[in-house]
Design a protein. Structure first.
Lengths: 193, 174
């Protein structure tokens, strides 16, 4: 009787473990590919909206804000420097940076406010380490998001979320994560520029 | 001194059965894909590209090793329970699954921020605390993977010895 109960228990544990893994993966994949709609629901920021004009700081300390880029198409990409997926995004950008550079589209890679509470390496060394050519060519510019910018663009605290902003300051496209959605972003860039 | 003879004998008893070899192979492939997805990429599409152009050595080695060891551990446990060689839940195996999956699934996905939101935290609290949980999981990922390797090895060692001890009595029919 005890043996039967133990077998049933172990089968149950294995099934629960597998179910948890599958659910976690499915949930993560679903929310990542639908970050546009899920995050929009909480902050009412969606495609067609004007990008909030919030301050940020380049790695060299220069202060800037989103409205300074009116007239230019830009990508605002929010990362944490301890995030391995963000590092993969940089590697992908490094292989494709000329597609942005040729179109005159700047990618501003922004470290989320205080790395979401766990400070990793500084954003300049993160970008230059994982995307050296893109960094040297100035196609990708490392910067720090202010608290207000993080709150405005990423209130859910999701990693690796990005926005394509039109020259008029409207959000043209948003998605996550960059590494696996780069072809879609490049399609949008080619379509609009 | 670790006696590997009984461990190898126990594994041989299980893998001499075609049904268990097939189960082991299917689970190893499934586990390899899951670990590769978690370690190397964020989508099946990107994983397919990376497999075509070459996974990096770290992701390939860790995914293959974890996939093989995890599936072997599970198959050994299923066999042992079916033959009543052991009658307790293999905590090492369960611990290994948790330590290997947790950092990979939780560090950089939307799970932690969503859980924080679900328990009632506001945006301000989430953006200042999510990293406290996700950051260490990401930074110490190699350590946690090493711990899961050790736990899986321990699980395989203990279970295969139990099977080997009772193996003389158990003629496996395929």
């Amino acid at each position: 009787m005890n043996a039967v109960l133990s077998k049933a228990r172990v089968v149950l544990v294995v099934l629960i473990a597998l179910a948890v893994i599958v659910v976690l993966l499915a949930y993560s994949s679903f929310t990542a590919s639908h970050v546009q709609s899920s995050s929009a629901a909480s902050r009412n920021l969606t495609i067609g909206d004007y990008a909030p004009n919030t301050p940020f700081y380049f790695a060299n300390g220069t202060e800037s804000n989103v409205s300074n880029y009116k007239g230019k198409e830009i990508v605002l990409w929010f990362v944490a420097t301890w995030c391995s997926g963000c590092a993969q995004g940089d590697e992908m950008l490094n292989s494709n940076y000329s597609a942005f550079k040729d179109k005159g589209v700047k990618v501003i890679e922004l470290e989320l406010y205080k790395d979401l509470g766990y400070q990793g390496e500084n954003i300049a060394s993160f970008v230059s380490g994982f995307a050296p050519q893109a960094y040297l060519s100035n196609a990708v510019m490392p910067a720090y998001a202010s608290y207000n910018m993080t709150l405005a663009y990423d209130p859910n605290g999701y990693l690796d979320i990005y926005y394509l902003i039109s020259p008029s300051g409207r959000i043209l496209y948003t998605n996550s994560p960059l590494a696996s959605t780069l072809p879609a972003l490049l399609y949008e860039v080619n379509k609009t520029v | 001194m670790v006696n590997m003879f009984k461990t190898i004998k126990g594994i041989n008893i299980v893998l001499s059965n075609k049904k268990y070899i097939a189960t082991f192979a299917v689970m190893a492939i499934f586990a390899f894909i899951v670990y590769s997805l978690l370690l190397e990429s964020s989508s099946l599409n990107l994983l397919a590209q990376k497999i075509a152009f070459g996974l990096d050595a770290y992701a390939l080695t860790a995914s293959a090793a974890l996939g093989i060891m995890l599936s072997l551990s599970i198959v050994l446990n299923i066999f042992a329970f079916s033959r009543s060689s052991i009658n307790h839940v293999d905590k090492a195996s369960i611990g290994a699954v948790i330590t290997s999956i947790a950092p990979l699934a939780l560090c950089c996905s939307t799970i932690i921020p969503s859980v924080l939101a679900a328990i009632g935290m506001g945006a301000s609290a989430i953006i200042s605390t999510a990293g406290y949980i996700q950051g260490p999981l990401a930074v110490y990922e190699p350590v946690l993977l090493a711990v899961s390797f050790v736990l899986l090895a321990l699980s395989i060692y203990i279970t295969s010895r139990s099977i080997a001890k009772s193996g003389e009595c158990c003629v496996v029919k395929s």
